[in-house]
Write a protein that binds this ligand. Structure first.
Ligand SMILES: *[C@@H]1O[C@H](CO)[C@@H](O)[C@H](O)[C@H]1NC(C)=O
Ligand SMILES: *[C@@H]1O[C@H](CO)[C@@H](O)[C@H](O)[C@H]1NC(C)=O
Ligand SMILES: *[C@@H]1O[C@H](CO)[C@@H](O)[C@H](O)[C@H]1NC(C)=O
Length: 253
Protein backbone atom coordinates (compact mmCIF):
# COMPACT_ATOMS: atom_id res chain seq x y z
CA UNK A 1 0.00 0.00 0.00
CA UNK A 2 2.90 2.34 0.75
CA UNK A 3 4.09 1.83 -2.83
CA UNK A 4 0.69 2.19 -4.42
CA UNK A 5 0.21 5.53 -2.67
CA UNK A 6 3.36 6.83 -4.35
CA UNK A 7 1.95 6.36 -7.83
CA UNK A 8 0.73 9.72 -9.09
CA UNK A 9 -2.91 9.85 -10.09
CA UNK A 10 -3.10 10.84 -13.74
CA UNK A 11 -4.52 14.31 -14.18
CA UNK A 12 -5.82 13.67 -17.66
CA UNK A 13 -6.84 10.60 -19.61
CA UNK A 14 -3.82 8.50 -20.42
CA UNK A 15 -4.13 9.02 -24.15
CA UNK A 16 -5.79 12.12 -25.57
CA UNK A 17 -7.13 12.22 -29.13
CA UNK A 18 -4.63 13.86 -31.49
CA UNK A 19 -5.44 17.48 -32.34
CA UNK A 20 -7.04 17.98 -35.73
CA UNK A 21 -8.34 14.44 -35.90
CA UNK A 22 -11.85 13.03 -35.61
CA UNK A 23 -11.61 12.53 -31.85
CA UNK A 24 -10.92 8.81 -32.05
CA UNK A 25 -7.79 7.40 -30.47
CA UNK A 26 -6.16 4.80 -32.73
CA UNK A 27 -3.51 2.55 -31.26
CA UNK A 28 -1.12 -0.10 -32.50
CA UNK A 29 0.09 -2.74 -30.07
CA UNK A 30 3.32 -4.35 -31.20
CA UNK A 31 4.44 -7.66 -29.76
CA UNK A 32 7.54 -9.59 -30.75
CA UNK A 33 6.31 -12.60 -32.71
CA UNK A 34 8.16 -13.81 -35.79
CA UNK A 35 5.18 -13.02 -38.01
CA UNK A 36 6.49 -9.45 -38.21
CA UNK A 37 9.75 -10.45 -39.88
CA UNK A 38 9.63 -9.21 -43.45
CA UNK A 39 6.12 -7.83 -42.91
CA UNK A 40 6.93 -4.21 -43.90
CA UNK A 41 4.30 -3.09 -41.40
CA UNK A 42 6.53 -0.34 -39.94
CA UNK A 43 4.93 2.63 -41.69
CA UNK A 44 1.42 1.35 -40.97
CA UNK A 45 2.27 0.87 -37.29
CA UNK A 46 3.83 4.33 -36.98
CA UNK A 47 0.76 5.90 -38.60
CA UNK A 48 -1.32 5.14 -35.49
CA UNK A 49 -1.86 7.87 -32.89
CA UNK A 50 -0.12 5.79 -30.24
CA UNK A 51 2.16 2.78 -30.40
CA UNK A 52 2.31 0.33 -27.48
CA UNK A 53 5.25 -2.03 -26.99
CA UNK A 54 6.37 -4.39 -24.27
CA UNK A 55 9.31 -6.50 -23.06
CA UNK A 56 12.26 -6.63 -25.46
CA UNK A 57 10.98 -4.00 -27.89
CA UNK A 58 13.90 -4.21 -30.31
CA UNK A 59 13.48 -1.46 -32.90
CA UNK A 60 16.87 -0.47 -34.33
CA UNK A 61 17.43 -2.33 -37.56
CA UNK A 62 13.83 -3.59 -37.69
CA UNK A 63 12.03 -0.30 -38.39
CA UNK A 64 10.65 -1.40 -41.78
CA UNK A 65 8.78 -4.24 -40.12
CA UNK A 66 7.92 -2.89 -36.66
CA UNK A 67 8.05 0.91 -36.90
CA UNK A 68 10.17 3.20 -34.78
CA UNK A 69 7.79 4.99 -32.39
CA UNK A 70 6.85 3.97 -28.87
CA UNK A 71 4.22 5.92 -26.93
CA UNK A 72 3.52 3.41 -24.17
CA UNK A 73 5.97 0.81 -22.90
CA UNK A 74 4.60 -1.97 -20.71
CA UNK A 75 6.76 -4.16 -18.51
CA UNK A 76 7.10 -6.02 -15.27
CA UNK A 77 10.03 -5.34 -12.97
CA UNK A 78 11.36 -8.72 -14.06
CA UNK A 79 10.89 -8.23 -17.81
CA UNK A 80 12.54 -4.80 -17.69
CA UNK A 81 15.80 -6.37 -16.53
CA UNK A 82 15.52 -9.79 -18.15
CA UNK A 83 14.89 -8.23 -21.57
CA UNK A 84 18.17 -6.29 -21.37
CA UNK A 85 20.08 -9.54 -21.01
CA UNK A 86 17.97 -11.70 -23.24
CA UNK A 87 17.63 -9.35 -26.22
CA UNK A 88 21.16 -7.93 -26.02
CA UNK A 89 22.20 -10.19 -28.88
CA UNK A 90 19.67 -8.38 -31.09
CA UNK A 91 21.10 -4.98 -30.19
CA UNK A 92 18.59 -4.14 -27.44
CA UNK A 93 20.29 -1.62 -25.15
CA UNK A 94 17.49 0.11 -23.28
CA UNK A 95 13.75 0.33 -22.93
CA UNK A 96 12.34 2.77 -25.50
CA UNK A 97 12.55 6.36 -24.30
CA UNK A 98 10.81 8.50 -26.90
CA UNK A 99 9.86 11.97 -25.76
CA UNK A 100 6.57 11.88 -23.81
CA UNK A 101 6.58 8.09 -23.51
CA UNK A 102 4.48 6.56 -20.75
CA UNK A 103 5.73 3.56 -18.83
CA UNK A 104 3.29 1.10 -17.38
CA UNK A 105 4.38 -1.54 -14.92
CA UNK A 106 2.36 -4.69 -14.39
CA UNK A 107 2.70 -5.58 -10.72
CA UNK A 108 3.17 -9.34 -10.50
CA UNK A 109 3.90 -9.71 -6.85
CA UNK A 110 5.38 -8.18 -3.75
CA UNK A 111 8.80 -7.61 -5.32
CA UNK A 112 7.23 -5.25 -7.87
CA UNK A 113 5.76 -3.06 -5.20
CA UNK A 114 9.17 -2.98 -3.52
CA UNK A 115 10.71 -2.12 -6.88
CA UNK A 116 8.31 0.80 -7.27
CA UNK A 117 9.04 2.00 -3.77
CA UNK A 118 12.80 1.86 -4.28
CA UNK A 119 12.59 3.44 -7.69
CA UNK A 120 10.63 6.33 -6.28
CA UNK A 121 13.27 7.11 -3.71
CA UNK A 122 16.00 7.11 -6.32
CA UNK A 123 18.03 4.41 -4.68
CA UNK A 124 17.47 2.25 -7.63
CA UNK A 125 19.93 1.83 -10.49
CA UNK A 126 17.17 0.47 -12.70
CA UNK A 127 16.41 3.91 -14.05
CA UNK A 128 19.86 4.38 -15.52
CA UNK A 129 19.06 2.87 -18.86
CA UNK A 130 15.74 4.65 -19.19
CA UNK A 131 16.77 8.26 -19.52
CA UNK A 132 15.40 10.95 -17.30
CA UNK A 133 13.63 9.67 -14.25
CA UNK A 134 11.23 12.60 -14.23
CA UNK A 135 9.68 11.31 -17.44
CA UNK A 136 8.76 8.12 -15.74
CA UNK A 137 5.06 8.06 -15.28
CA UNK A 138 3.29 5.16 -13.70
CA UNK A 139 -0.29 4.48 -14.44
CA UNK A 140 -2.39 2.68 -11.92
CA UNK A 141 -3.08 -0.42 -13.91
CA UNK A 142 -6.68 -1.21 -13.20
CA UNK A 143 -6.79 -4.46 -15.04
CA UNK A 144 -6.04 -7.12 -12.52
CA UNK A 145 -4.82 -10.61 -13.28
CA UNK A 146 -8.05 -11.78 -11.79
CA UNK A 147 -10.34 -9.87 -14.09
CA UNK A 148 -8.36 -10.78 -17.17
CA UNK A 149 -8.01 -14.43 -16.44
CA UNK A 150 -11.59 -14.90 -15.30
CA UNK A 151 -13.26 -12.89 -18.01
CA UNK A 152 -11.17 -13.42 -21.09
CA UNK A 153 -8.47 -15.96 -20.52
CA UNK A 154 -10.02 -18.86 -18.67
CA UNK A 155 -7.12 -21.25 -18.95
CA UNK A 156 -7.84 -24.83 -17.89
CA UNK A 157 -4.39 -24.64 -16.29
CA UNK A 158 -6.02 -22.53 -13.58
CA UNK A 159 -7.66 -25.73 -12.40
CA UNK A 160 -4.36 -27.55 -11.87
CA UNK A 161 -1.95 -27.66 -8.95
CA UNK A 162 0.31 -25.11 -10.70
CA UNK A 163 -2.51 -22.58 -11.07
CA UNK A 164 -0.65 -19.88 -9.16
CA UNK A 165 2.12 -19.77 -11.80
CA UNK A 166 -0.28 -19.21 -14.67
CA UNK A 167 -0.86 -15.67 -15.85
CA UNK A 168 -1.47 -13.86 -19.12
CA UNK A 169 1.57 -12.81 -21.18
CA UNK A 170 2.73 -9.21 -20.95
CA UNK A 171 1.50 -8.90 -24.51
CA UNK A 172 -1.98 -9.85 -23.31
CA UNK A 173 -1.89 -7.23 -20.57
CA UNK A 174 -0.74 -4.64 -23.07
CA UNK A 175 -3.47 -5.49 -25.54
CA UNK A 176 -6.16 -5.25 -22.86
CA UNK A 177 -4.68 -1.99 -21.61
CA UNK A 178 -4.92 -0.62 -25.15
CA UNK A 179 -8.53 -1.78 -25.39
CA UNK A 180 -9.25 0.19 -22.23
CA UNK A 181 -7.53 3.36 -23.36
CA UNK A 182 -8.00 3.56 -27.14
CA UNK A 183 -11.01 3.62 -29.44
CA UNK A 184 -9.45 1.42 -32.11
CA UNK A 185 -6.75 -1.16 -31.55
CA UNK A 186 -4.60 -2.96 -34.10
CA UNK A 187 -2.43 -5.80 -32.83
CA UNK A 188 0.83 -6.72 -34.58
CA UNK A 189 3.26 -9.48 -33.72
CA UNK A 190 0.79 -11.50 -31.66
CA UNK A 191 0.43 -15.24 -31.96
CA UNK A 192 -1.73 -16.41 -34.87
CA UNK A 193 -3.03 -19.75 -36.15
CA UNK A 194 -0.05 -20.16 -38.49
CA UNK A 195 2.56 -19.40 -35.81
CA UNK A 196 4.55 -22.51 -36.74
CA UNK A 197 5.52 -20.83 -40.01
CA UNK A 198 7.41 -18.07 -38.23
CA UNK A 199 10.32 -17.73 -35.82
CA UNK A 200 9.68 -17.19 -32.14
CA UNK A 201 10.77 -13.52 -32.36
CA UNK A 202 10.85 -11.15 -35.33
CA UNK A 203 14.53 -10.56 -34.54
CA UNK A 204 15.27 -14.17 -35.47
CA UNK A 205 15.61 -13.48 -39.17
CA UNK A 206 18.41 -15.73 -40.25
CA UNK A 207 17.46 -19.04 -38.76
CA UNK A 208 13.86 -20.14 -38.30
CA UNK A 209 13.37 -20.94 -34.63
CA UNK A 210 10.46 -22.70 -32.99
CA UNK A 211 8.16 -20.82 -30.69
CA UNK A 212 8.91 -21.33 -27.00
CA UNK A 213 5.87 -22.01 -24.85
CA UNK A 214 6.69 -21.17 -21.25
CA UNK A 215 4.62 -23.05 -18.72
CA UNK A 216 3.34 -19.95 -16.98
CA UNK A 217 1.32 -18.79 -19.99
CA UNK A 218 -1.46 -20.34 -22.03
CA UNK A 219 -0.36 -19.27 -25.50
CA UNK A 220 -2.86 -21.33 -27.46
CA UNK A 221 -5.74 -19.93 -25.46
CA UNK A 222 -4.46 -16.40 -26.09
CA UNK A 223 -4.15 -17.21 -29.80
CA UNK A 224 -7.82 -18.18 -29.91
CA UNK A 225 -8.89 -15.11 -27.94
CA UNK A 226 -7.03 -12.71 -30.26
CA UNK A 227 -8.62 -14.38 -33.25
CA UNK A 228 -12.03 -14.19 -31.69
CA UNK A 229 -11.59 -10.50 -30.85
CA UNK A 230 -10.50 -9.93 -34.44
CA UNK A 231 -13.43 -11.84 -35.91
CA UNK A 232 -15.78 -9.88 -33.64
CA UNK A 233 -14.17 -6.67 -34.96
CA UNK A 234 -13.07 -5.59 -31.49
CA UNK A 235 -9.42 -5.50 -32.51
CA UNK A 236 -7.68 -5.79 -35.84
CA UNK A 237 -5.18 -8.62 -35.60
CA UNK A 238 -2.33 -8.67 -38.10
CA UNK A 239 -2.44 -12.09 -39.76
CA UNK A 240 -0.38 -12.48 -42.88
CA UNK A 241 -2.69 -15.01 -44.40
CA UNK A 242 -5.97 -13.20 -43.73
CA UNK A 243 -7.99 -12.18 -46.75
CA UNK A 244 -7.69 -8.59 -47.88
CA UNK A 245 -11.45 -8.12 -47.87
CA UNK A 246 -11.69 -8.66 -44.17
CA UNK A 247 -9.07 -5.96 -43.54
CA UNK A 248 -10.89 -3.51 -45.80
CA UNK A 249 -14.13 -4.25 -44.05
CA UNK A 250 -12.68 -3.38 -40.65
CA UNK A 251 -11.02 -0.24 -41.97
CA UNK A 252 -14.35 1.08 -43.21
CA UNK A 253 -16.05 0.48 -39.89
C1 LIG B 1 11.00 7.47 -37.12
O1 LIG B 1 11.31 7.59 -38.49
C2 LIG B 1 10.87 8.81 -39.06
C3 LIG B 1 11.10 8.74 -40.56
O2 LIG B 1 12.40 8.31 -40.85
C4 LIG B 1 11.61 9.98 -38.40
O3 LIG B 1 11.17 11.20 -38.94
C5 LIG B 1 11.32 9.94 -36.90
O4 LIG B 1 12.06 10.93 -36.25
C6 LIG B 1 11.64 8.58 -36.32
N1 LIG B 1 11.15 8.57 -34.95
C7 LIG B 1 11.83 8.05 -33.95
C8 LIG B 1 11.16 8.07 -32.61
O5 LIG B 1 12.93 7.57 -34.08
C1 LIG C 1 -12.48 -25.63 -13.35
O1 LIG C 1 -13.18 -26.68 -12.73
C2 LIG C 1 -14.53 -26.37 -12.41
C3 LIG C 1 -15.10 -27.52 -11.60
O2 LIG C 1 -14.82 -28.75 -12.19
C4 LIG C 1 -15.30 -26.12 -13.69
O3 LIG C 1 -16.63 -25.75 -13.40
C5 LIG C 1 -14.64 -24.96 -14.44
O4 LIG C 1 -15.27 -24.76 -15.67
C6 LIG C 1 -13.17 -25.25 -14.66
N1 LIG C 1 -12.56 -24.05 -15.20
C7 LIG C 1 -11.71 -24.05 -16.22
C8 LIG C 1 -11.18 -22.72 -16.63
O5 LIG C 1 -11.37 -25.06 -16.80
C1 LIG D 1 12.64 -13.08 -42.46
O1 LIG D 1 12.21 -12.30 -43.55
C2 LIG D 1 13.08 -12.30 -44.64
C3 LIG D 1 12.56 -11.30 -45.66
O2 LIG D 1 11.23 -11.59 -46.00
C4 LIG D 1 13.18 -13.72 -45.21
O3 LIG D 1 14.09 -13.74 -46.28
C5 LIG D 1 13.66 -14.64 -44.10
O4 LIG D 1 13.67 -15.98 -44.56
C6 LIG D 1 12.78 -14.53 -42.88
N1 LIG D 1 13.34 -15.30 -41.81
C7 LIG D 1 12.67 -16.28 -41.19
C8 LIG D 1 13.43 -16.99 -40.12
O5 LIG D 1 11.54 -16.59 -41.46
Amino acid sequence: MASVKLIPKPEEPLLLPKPGGDGCVRCAVVATAGILNGSKMGAEIDAHDYVFRMNGAVIEGYEDDVGNRTSVYVHTAYSMIASLHFFKKYGYKAAPHDEGIKYVMIPEGMRDFQWLFNAHFGGCSLFRHMGDKRDYFYLRVLISHFLLTRRFLQSPQLNTSTWSLVRPTNGAFTLFLALHTCDEVSAYGFITDDYKKYSNYYMEKDVKTDITFYLNHDYLLEKDVWKELHNSKIIRLYQRTESKMETEDVKQR
